[in-house]
Design a binder for this molecule. Sequence first.
Ligand SMILES: [Zn+2]
Length: 462
Amino acid sequence: MTKTRHAPSTLIIRDIHTIITMDPQSTTLRGGFIYVEGGEIKQVGNRPPAGLRADRTLNARYAVAMPGMINTHHHLCQTLTRACTAAADLELFDWLRTLYPLWGRLEEESMHVAALVGMAELLLSGCTTTTDHHYLFPRGQTKLIDAEIAAARKIGIRFHPTRGSMSRGKSKGGLPPDSEVQSEDEILEDCERLIRKYHDPAPGSMLRIALAPCSPFSVSEELMRQTAIMAERHQVRMHTHLAETRDEQDYCVQHFGKRPLDFLADVGWLGETTWVAHGIHFNRSEVKRLGRAHVGLAHCPSSNMRLGSGIAPALALRRAGSPVGLGVDGSASNDSSHMLAEARQALLLNRLAHGAAAIKTREALHMATVGGAECLGRDDIGSLAAGKRADIALFDLRDVGYSGAEDVAAAIVLCAPTRVETLIVDGHMVVENHELRTVALDPILTRHRRFAAKMVGSLPLL
Ligand SMILES: [Zn+2]
């Protein structure tokens, strides 16, 4: 275990059993190579040119290489309330009402550790970029996003934190308790602070901020409007939960006199810099409208199944023109941060809904990679091609679960999800030999269990 990330300035991964490039031609290579220089992919091909040398060479004749996956929706703090007994069998609104008081105990240190755990789980599942939608700021806790940014830097994941917010508490007709909402001035000031302090718009960026009022039932229309104006001014993206449940739809009709999508459109959010989480309860004309506007979707099949929320029209949205990525959404409504499992879930759920021919294994991987990059507005990640950042996942075909597989590229989503063997983020070796190289995980898990016990009241002793 090393504490510093080893970043060879040049790297060749050669003799790779299968490379799933996810390039526009959907190229698959057998026995090919990937050459990386300074964190950027310089060459991908069948055979390296004679004399090509690198500081480090990996032989990967046992591996399937694919682009590091991109998680487009998450709540990292919820790793502290996984499989919480009181919320185990509830639908969204009751699930939230049960968990809000526990989340009210969140502090900087527990946020930092929760983020490390969620990010570790993501990295070990082959995910190299994640977003987080953090909207909980209990009184006095103003630096929780800073705490998760510190975690991302330590563990070495590409990070798109979104500054979430809640301004409509129970006394104003919202769902969250008043003690967990902030004033709109406070929210907007902190959005501005985070953008100025952390947002890096440059190609290859390891950190970009987006703005993310939580949901129609926890913020005001005015906050949505002001957020859109600020996002435009700073050229950052916007994210929110939308059309997740029928309860939300009923809430919107009752409180705003309109459906969730009309709410979104009327506050100036219907555009290509917006991506929404869930998007389940859209009718046909709404799907077309979203597609025309290129609003992205973070499709979260596990969470939607876990909470019994419904099936998102993800395939119809893609056909209509919306980018569609995947979100593990959690970690208390999944209760996992395994990106490969999410890709498999997307495949299975959409086949259940629309038939086996409706979605190919490659399309599920497309959502987990290229579609996610599009949702986050990035053209430098999501595929293995010259000029892209070196975000690469290698899965080990020697794993028992892949034994006997003929089409090994399809096996990645058809067989049981495994732990990644090697993971490279921006040219850095973050996972080697199935283990994280950037942090020692065991002491983090010990601290995490302690914080979880404090938040929930008790946990079984290990
Ligand atoms: Zn969510």
